[in-house]
Design a protein around this ligand. Structure first.
Ligand SMILES: Cc1cc2nc3c(=O)[nH]c(=O)nc-3n(C[C@H](O)[C@H](O)[C@H](O)COP(=O)(O)OP(=O)(O)OC[C@H]3O[C@@H](n4cnc5c(N)ncnc54)[C@H](O)[C@@H]3O)c2cc1C
Length: 365
């Protein structure tokens, strides 16, 4: 269970501490790392600029099995057995070999945090200086540091690469009240030349958005248009940059997990289960250091190699991301019809799930 030590606003006190593990970022990646460090007896601190679960960072869609294996079912909102793909020329309903669910961000973060055992503080991370992390409230010193801060990779060495030059996509969605039965995507250049639109129903709201693989393309107007075309109100915006290229998962003694390591899958922009998956992997290596069965350099090397072993699959998806927008819409329609067959969908989605399989969470360290 996380322990909350300090208040917000004017009651914020200076924060100068030592701890065994400092996890920067309390979303999917950071909380997954913390979960693996429960019952080690180590002093684990998690920091984030917001309260846990305060700011939703995605449309919150995930393969249902990932919620099950992590004991997060109470956050589940809606489950889908089909993916409906719309193009200007055809609509294809793909029967998925596994189900996909939407969940409530705040509930999921709270449940994940309960499985950990750490002190939580709100603080904004500015940079790193040796083994110290400098925040707006002071300096925290830890021999083991995790950057789970998202695409900015705040603790990376050197100047951060800013969009639009960086390997980033951009995504924006609205969250109108309402309901729906289908998990839908639009591959339609009238909304976005390279990217896709989506509608993810989640109990009493529908998350409608547009993502562009080309960071220079602005997605606000297409998001509004898609919402209006679906007769949904364009209200309650949520958006961010989405990394679409895997990066080194360790650097200068820091473990990078989730978006900070580019662990979001290109083409689909699915980054939640990968953040959980790589978070668990990093957590296991850190746990071995705390148990005294592994050194810090060995943990960094093992986690770095684990992440790098996935590079081929991420690069393959990036090539597909670059290829799909070049396929003429007239060819896309028959291609989609052909791949819409049950056996092909089962094959391709089976491979896709195995990039970050839920069963990984059940294996012991
Ligand atoms: C519009 C949109 C919709 C998406 N929908 C989906 C989806 O349905 N399914 C899916 O799998 N993926 C989706 N994604 C991608 C997914 O959101 C990310 O890949 C995922 O959130 C990565 O998790 P993370 O924990 O690495 O980073 P994040 O979830 O981005 O968390 C980073 C955390 O760090 C904190 N932080 C950042 N900077 C600082 C700082 N300087 N100091 C302190 N704290 C800081 C933030 O407050 C946040 O809590 C979507 C992305 C977007 C933009």
């Amino acid at each position: 269970m996380p322990v909350r030590a300090t208040k917000r606003g004017t009651e914020r006190t200076p924060l100068n501490r030592d701890c065994d593990v400092l996890i920067c970022g309390a979303s999917f990646a950071g909380l997954a790392v913390a979960r693996e460090l429960a019952r080690t007896g180590a002093e684990v601190m998690v920091i984030d600029r917001y309260e846990i679960g305060e700011r939703q960072t995605s449309a919150c869609g995930i393969p249902t099995r990932w919620l099950e294996v992590l004991g997060l079912n109470a956050a589940l909102q809606q489950t889908f057995g089909e993916l409906v793909i719309h193009t200007p020329h055809v609509t294809v309903r793909c029967q998925l070999p596994w189900t996909f669910s939407t969940f409530d961000y705040r509930t999921l973060c709270a449940l994940l945090a309960e499985q950990g055992d750490f002190t939580f503080e709100t603080a904004t991370v500015n940079r790193r200086d040796g083994d110290s992390v400098l925040t707006d409230r002071g300096e925290i010193h830890a021999p083991l540091v995790v950057d789970a801060l998202g695409w900015r990779r705040v603790l990376g060495a050197g100047e951060p690469i800013q969009p639009p030059e960086a390997y980033l996509s951009r995504g924006l969605e609205v969250h109108p009240h309402g309901s729906g039965d289908d998990l839908e995507v639009w591959v339609d250049r009238s909304y976005v030349p390279a990217g896709y639109g989506w509608s993810f129903p989640a109990a009493e709201e529908v998350r409608v958005g547009v993502g562009s693989f080309e960071p220079r393309f602005h997605v606000k107007q297409p998001t509004v248009r898609l919402a209006e075309d679906l007769e949904r109100e364009p209200v309650r915006y949520q958006g961010n940059w989405i990394p679409h290229r895997i990066r080194e998962a360790t650097e200068s003694g820091v473990f990078f997990v989730g978006d900070s390591a580019g662990h979001c899958l290109p083409l689909t922009a699915e980054g939640i289960r990968t953040a959980l998956y790589f978070g668990i992997a990093a957590g296991r290596e850190l746990r071995a250091v705390l148990d005294g069965t592994q050194t810090r350099p060995a943990a960094l090397a093992a986690y770095g190699a684990f992440s790098a072993a996935h590079r081929g699959k991420f690069e393959w998806m990036l090539r597909s991301q670059r290829l799909v927008p070049r396929v003429p819409p007239r060819i896309l329609a028959p291609a989609l019809r052909a791949i819409g067959t049950r056996s092909f969908v089962a094959w391709i989605f089976g491979h896709y799930l195995r990039i970050a399989p839920p069963e990984f969470a059940l294996r012991s360290g």
